[in-house]
Design a protein around this ligand. Structure first.
Ligand code: KG4
Ligand code: ZN
Length: 353
């Protein structure tokens, strides 16, 4: 009798091309089945915006227009896939700078039309949370999810990657924005977050008792503008008449201000996340967004989860996927692909999320 041939059918992987242009990073990535990163390309514009101390929308938009084609080509080449292996095109279409988002949205719509592939629209903030779930096999729900970025500080209740309920957000500056503004006061280079963290390592977090704004006993909203102003007063005097004293301060004094400011931001972020987690009975805490790259915040959040009774599991975005990237866009789009949640070719960018 001839040997029986058993054909093992390999299940086809779903490859999604993700595109991200919401602020000052032009990014493209190819992710298989929502978690296997085939390529991730990020063209940062930090150098272009550095001398202005923040992102200039017009400059960002022009740089995206210049970068989008080479970034897309590189993402395809590094992944070693051809257009017929791509199953869908995903793009972050909100929130962000409209004139920056429009570049990614137009590129995604063009590829979707040319290659005849479905288009998937992704919320940039929800995608930041997906970074925390990239390596996760078994997510225990509900989860309290904190997004801390340059433009947003949001707490969500997550019942699945696609079901997020907003519990609270900032009423003025975002956490990352506060880091960037305080870095400017301390005359540290842009982007402020990583530089404050670096300087703060040599400082005493208890040196200055900066205010922690909790906005009432039950509030899950955030406010960081008072803290930023307190740092400004500390450097220029209460009447704001004096010069910024930073030039005449010792390295240690600047490090103490940075460490004390960072401690105040982190204190509020941890207390509010715990408040949200207690309120919804969260089994898991998720942390994502640019500020989640901060080592002191990651450690403090881990401590809070370990000390909770019962202890909570913390899932944090891997450091390379904290700041803006397209892996998080393609990864979240996989869940939308499976749910058949496609966008029309009339998709528009939106500044608000
Ligand atoms: O998520 P992201 O790349 O862009 C937005 O969606 O806004 O976040 C950028 C923000 C910037 O404000 C930057 O200063 C902050 O994240 N950031 C940090 C750190 N790395 C980036 N803040 C504190 N510590 C860090 N290590
Ligand atoms: Zn972001």
């Amino acid at each position: 009798m001839p040997p029986i041939k058993i054909a093992i059918m390999e299940q086809k992987q779903i490859h999604i091309l993700g595109i991200e242009t919401s602020c000052d990073e032009t990014a493209a990535a190819i992710v298989a089945d929502g978690r296997e990163v085939k390529s991730s390309v990020v063209a940062s514009q930090t150098k272009l915006h550095e001398k202005y101390g923040g992102v200039v929308p017009e400059i960002a938009s022009r740089a995206h227009i210049e970068n989008i084609y080479p970034v897309l080509v590189e993402a395809m080449e590094r992944a070693g896939v051809s257009e017929d292996q791509i199953d869908a095109i995903a793009v972050a279409n909100q929130p962000g700078l409209t004139i920056a988002l429009v570049v990614g949205v137009t590129a995604a719509k063009t590829l979707s039309f040319m290659w005849d592939k479905p288009l998937i629209a992704v919320n940039h903030l929800h995608a930041h949370l997906q970074s925390a779930l990239l390596r996760e096999e078994r997510l225990e729900l509900p989860a309290a999810a904190l997004i801390v970025s340059g433009g947003h500080t949001c707490l969500y209740e997550a019942d699945s990657p696609l079901e997020l309920r907003l519990l609270g957000s900032t009423i003025d500056d975002a956490a990352g924005e506060a880091f960037d503004k305080v870095a400017t006061i301390l005359k540290l280079p842009y982007p402020g977050g990583p530089n404050i963290e670096r300087i703060a390592r040599k400082g005493n977090p208890k040196a200055i008792d900066f205010p922690r704004s909790m906005l009432g006993r039950d509030s899950l909203d955030f406010s960081f503008s008072g803290l930023k102003t307190a740092v400004l007063y500390y450097c220029r005097g209460q009447d704001m008449q004096g010069q910024n004293r930073v030039d005449s301060m010792s390295e240690q004094e600047i490090a103490d201000i940075a460490a004390s400011f960072q401690a105040a931001v982190i204190d509020v972020l941890i207390k509010k996340t715990k408040r949200a987690a207690d309120k919804i009975g969260a089994k898991t805490v998720l942390l994502g967004g640019g500020v989640a790259a901060n080592g002191t915040l990651r450690e403090a959040m881990q401590k809070m989860c370990d000390k909770s009774r019962p202890p909570r599991r913390l899932l944090v975005a891997p450091k390379p996927y904290c700041t803006d990237n397209a892996v998080m866009v393609a990864s979240l789009a996989y869940h939308k692909y499976k749910a058949g949640m496609f966008a029309p070719l009339t998709l528009e960018p939106s500044a608000n999320g």
